[in-house]
Design a protein around this ligand. Structure first.
Ligand code: ADP
Length: 690
C-alpha cells in the first residue's frame, strides 16, 4: 500500500536525501512519470513477525492515522507495524482516517489532498438494504428486469404493501424479513405467510431463496471484498480471496424448521453461538469447519463438476451491476463534498448466496466488512487483503512541488496581464460570486493535466494491486457495462479510450454531433429570451456550408435578442471593475489548455458555490420567459424546486448534459454547456465559420 504523505516533511531537502536511502527498501515502490515518487508497499507478514524492520519508513515520513468509531485491531496493527503513529480521533493531523461510519459533509470538505478516508459520501446507497433494493429496482425498470435480476425479489414495507400482497398471491413464500439498516443477522427471521409480518416497522421483505447450494448438506454464503478507488471514473476491484460461511445445522426446508436460525442464516455472528460451531486452528487448512476460504469452496465445487468459472463470471457481473446502481448518487456526492480526487476509497463486503442452479444472488453490501480475526484463516486472508488494499490506494508522495506548497492565489489585480481583457471570455471570467472560483481555476491551471494524472494513477494502482483484480473497467466489462454508467463523464470515457482504445470507441456517448449540440444549446438559451426565437436543425440534405450558414444566423439572432446576456455582461463589467473576477488572461489560458473534465470541475465547483447551475443556461434571470421551450424551464424548476442540494446539483448537471456536449473553441473541443451564452457563441464561431 501506499499513502499520500502530504504531511509535509519539515525539511524538504531531507526527504530527498532520505529517498536515496530507501531505494531498495522492501516497503518502497517507485511511481510517477520518472519513477521518482516513493510509494509505500505494505506487507501482511508484519502483523505476525514482531520485528521492527518495516517501521522506519512510516516513521521517517511522519505518517499518521486515526481510527474513528470502529474497532479494527487489524488495521491498527498493519499501520503501526509500518511506522504510522496513531493520533487522537479529533486530530486533523493524519494521513489516513479509518472509520466505521459515514462521514459528515463538513468533515469531508475539510480534507486535504494528502488525506484519505475509507468511505465515499452517500455509500449508504449501496450499503443500506432498502437503498440497495431501490437502486437495483430502478436499474431493472430502466434496463430491463432480467438484466438486473441480481437480488431476490423484495419489498419495503409498509410502503409497498399492495405490491407485496399481489406478489404473495403468485408466490407462496417463505419470505425473509430484515430491518432496513441492520447487520450480522440481527432482527432477521423467516415467515411462511404474509399475515405474520408486522406492519408497524420499516422492514425489507425478500423472497427466501429456498434452494441454496449445499456443501455436505449445509447452507453457506460467500463474503467477497470489493474495493472502489474512484467513482469518477468508476474503478472496481474484487479481491481474489473471500470467505465461505456455513450454517451450523443441516439444511431442510420443511416448514417446521422455519424458526431455526442456525439452519437458515449463515452469519458468523449467529452461528458462533451454536454449540455445533466448528472452528479451525490451522491457517493452512482452508476447508474445514464452519468457515472456509472462497478458493477452497470453489475447488470443492469444481471437483463436484460445477462450472466455477461461469459462477465467478456471474459474481463479477453482480458486483459491477450493484456498484453501477449507486454510481451516479455517489459520484455526485463526491463532486459536492470531497475536495480532492483521491481522498476517498472504500472496501465493501458483498454477501452472496449461491442457489442450487449455481446462480449467485446478492444479499447485501456491508459498509464496514468485519475485519475481526477470530480464526487463523481470518487473519491470513484479511491481513493480506488489507495490506494489498493499502498498497493499492495510496500515493506516498513526500516531494511536493514548490507551487503546490504556496497555495495562495495572486489576485487578478496583481497579475501583470490583468488589463489585457479579451472580448467575450471576460464575461465568463467575471461571473458573480467568483472569488472561490479563482482558486479552483488556479489549481486546475497549475496542475499536471488532470486526465493524464488520473490515467497514470490508475495504471500505477493496477501495478500495486496485489490480490485485487480490477473488474471494471476491463476491455470486456467496459463493453458490457459502460452503457449502464449513469454518471457519463469524459473521465470514464477517457480512461477506457486510453486503456483499451480498440473497444472504447464503440461507445456512442463518447462522440458528439456538433450541429445538433449547437441547436440544443440554442433552444435552451432561446427559452430564456423575452422574444421568440425560432431554432431549427438545418436539414441534413442541405450542403454542409448551407447548414453552417443557417446555424450562424441563428446564433447571430440569439446574440442580438439576448437582453439577458447584455444585462449579465453589464453586471459582470461592474464586478470586473471591482476586481472580483478571475484574471481574464489566466482564464483564457485555462480555457485553451483545459480538458473537458477540467472545465467540468470548475463548473461543478461553481455550481456548488452558487447552489445552482442556472447561470450557465441563462435561467438565473428573474425575467426569464415562462412556458417556452422546455429544457431551460425544466432546469429552472428542478433547480429551485428541489430542497436537497445534492439532488438539485445533480439534476442541474444532468440537465446541462455537460458530458455529451462539446464545442470547438478553435483549438480543441470544450463542453459548451460549461459556458454562458456569450462565451459559447464566441467559442462556437470558429466551428460555424470553418
Ligand atoms: P445481515 O446484514 O443482518 O447479515 P443478510 O441480508 O446478510 O443480513 O442476511 C443474513 C443471512 O440470512 C444471510 O447470510 C443468509 O444466510 C440469509 N439470507 C438473507 N437473505 C436471504 C434470502 N433472500 N434467501 C435465503 N437466505 C437469505
Amino acid at each position: 500500500m501506499s499513502l499520500d504523505c502530504g504531511r509535509k516533511p519539515e525539511h524538504p531537502e531531507e526527504t530527498h536525501a532520505n529517498s536515496t536511502q530507501t531505494e531498495d527498501h522492501p516497503c518502497i515502490a517507485w511511481s510517477g512519470l520518472s519513477r521518482k515518487i516513493p510509494v509505500l508497499v505494505f506487507h501482511a507478514e508484519t502483523v505476525v513477525s514482531k520485528g521492527g524492520e518495516f517501521r522506519d519508513i512510516g516513521e521517517r515520513y511522519n505518517l499518521a492515522f486515526k481510527i474513528v468509531r470502529t474497532e479494527s485491531r487489524l488495521v491498527r496493527s498493519i499501520l503501526s507495524s509500518h511506522g504510522f503513529h496513531e493520533v487522537h480521533p479529533n486530530s486533523n493531523d493524519f494521513n489516513l482516517m479509518w472509520t466505521g461510519i459515514h462521514l459528515k459533509p463538513y468533515l469531508l470538505r475539510g480534507l486535504q489532498d494528502f488525506q484519505k478516508v475509507n468511505h465515499f459520501p452517500r455509500s449508504y446507497e449501496l450499503t443500506r438494504k432498502d437503498r440497495l433494493y431501490k437502486n437495483i429496482q430502478r436499474m431493472q425498470q430502466v434496463h430491463g428486469f432480467k438484466r438486473f435480476h441480481i437480488i431476490p425479489q423484495s419489498f419495503i414495507l409498509p410502503s409497498e404493501y399492495q405490491e407485496f400482497c399481489s406478489s404473495c398471491a403468485k408466490d407462496k413464500g417463505p419470505w425473509i424479513i430484515k430491518p432496513v439498516a441492520s447487520s450480522r443477522g440481527r432482527g432477521i427471521y423467516l415467515v411462511s405467510s404474509p399475515n405474520q409480518i408486522p406492519m408497524d416497522e420499516n422492514i425489507l421483505v425478500s423472497r427466501y431463496i429456498n434452494n441454496p447450494l449445499l456443501i455436505d448438506d449445509f447452507k453457506f454464503d460467500v463474503r467477497l471484498y470489493v474495493l472502489v478507488t474512484s467513482y469518477e471514473p468508476l474503478i472496481i476491484y474484487l479481491y481474489e480471496e473471500g470467505l465461505a460461511r456455513f450454517a451450523t445445522v443441516k439444511y431442510d426446508h420443511a416448514a417446521k424448521n422455519i424458526k431455526n436460525q442456525f439452519m437458515h442464516l449463515t452469519n458468523y455472528s449467529v452461528n458462533k453461538k451454536s454449540s455445533d460451531y466448528v472452528s479451525c486452528d490451522d491457517p493452512e487448512v482452508e476447508d474445514y469447519g464452519n468457515k472456509w476460504s472462497m478458493s477452497a469452496m470453489l475447488r470443492y465445487l469444481k471437483q463436484e463438476g460445477k462450472d466455477t468459472a461461469l459462477l465467478m463470471g456471474q459474481v463479477e457481473d453482480l458486483v459491477i451491476k450493484a456498484v453501477l446502481s449507486a454510481e451516479q448518487q455517489i459520484a455526485t456526492a463526491c463532486k459536492m463534498y470531497v475536495p480532492h480526487r483521491n481522498n476517498c476509497f472504500e472496501l465493501y463486503g458483498f454477501d452472496v448466496l449461491i442457489d442450487s442452479n449455481l446462480k449467485p444472488w446478492l444479499l447485501e453490501v456491508n459498509l464496514s466488512p468485519s475485519l475481526a480475526c477470530d480464526a487463523p484463516l481470518d487473519l491470513k486472508i484479511k491481513a493480506s487483503m488489507i495490506s494489498d488494499m493499502f498498497s493499492l490506494v495510496g500515493e506516498f508522495c513526500p516531494f511536493r512541488t514548490p507551487w503546490a506548497r504556496s497555495t495562495e492565489y495572486v489576485g487578478a489585480a496583481q497579475h501583470p496581464l490583468s488589463l489585457r481583457i479579451k472580448n467575450g471570455l471576460r464575461y465568463w471570467c467575471c461571473l458573480p460570486c467568483i472569488a472561490p472560483l479563482r482558486s479552483a481555476v488556479k489549481a486546475t491551471l497549475s496542475s499536471f493535466p488532470l486526465q493524464l494524472k488520473v490515467l497514470r494513477k490508475i495504471k500505477e494502482e493496477n501495478e500495486r494491486r496485489g490480490g485485487f483484480i480490477r473488474i471494471f473497467p476491463t476491455p470486456e466489462t467496459w463493453e458490457l457495462y459502460s452503457g449502464y454508467l449513469e454518471y457519463k463523464t469524459s473521465m470514464n470515457c477517457m480512461l477506457a479510450t486510453r486503456l483499451f482504445p480498440e473497444r472504447a470507441v464503440a461507445q456512442t456517448w463518447c462522440s458528439v454531433c456538433p450541429q445538433e449540440l449547437v441547436v440544443r444549446f440554442l433552444k435552451r438559451a432561446a427559452s430564456n429570451l423575452q422574444q421568440d426565437l425560432r431554432v431549427a436543425l438545418p436539414s441534413r440534405r442541405l450542403p454542409l456550408a448551407d447548414r453552417r450558414r443557417i446555424l450562424s444566423h441563428q446564433l447571430g439572432d440569439l446574440v442580438s435578442l439576448s437582453q439577458e446576456t447584455e444585462q449579465m455582461v453589464k453586471k459582470m463589467e461592474r464586478l470586473a471593475e471591482e476586481e472580483r473576477c478571475v484574471n481574464p488572461d489566466v482564464f483564457q489560458e485555462f480555457v485553451e489548455e483545459a480538458s473537458e473534465s477540467d472545465l467540468e470541475e470548475v463548473l461543478t465547483f461553481y455550481t456548488h458555490k452558487n447552489k445552482s447551475a442556472s447561470v450557465f443556461l441563462g435561467t438565473g434571470c428573474t425575467n426569464a420567459k415562462s412556458g417556452v421551450a422546455s429544457s431551460g424551464r425544466t432546469s429552472q424548476r428542478t433547480v429551485e424546486g428541489t430542497s436537497r442540494q445534492g439532488e438539485r446539483d445533480s439534476d442541474a448537471l444532468r440537465l446541462l448534459g455537460i458530458r455529451e456536449k462539446k464545442v470547438c473553441n478553435g483549438k480543441g473541443w470544450l463542453p459548451f454547456s460549461t459556458l454562458p451564452p456569450c462565451v459559447f457563441i464566441q467559442c462556437a464561431m470558429p466551428w460555424v465559420r470553418c
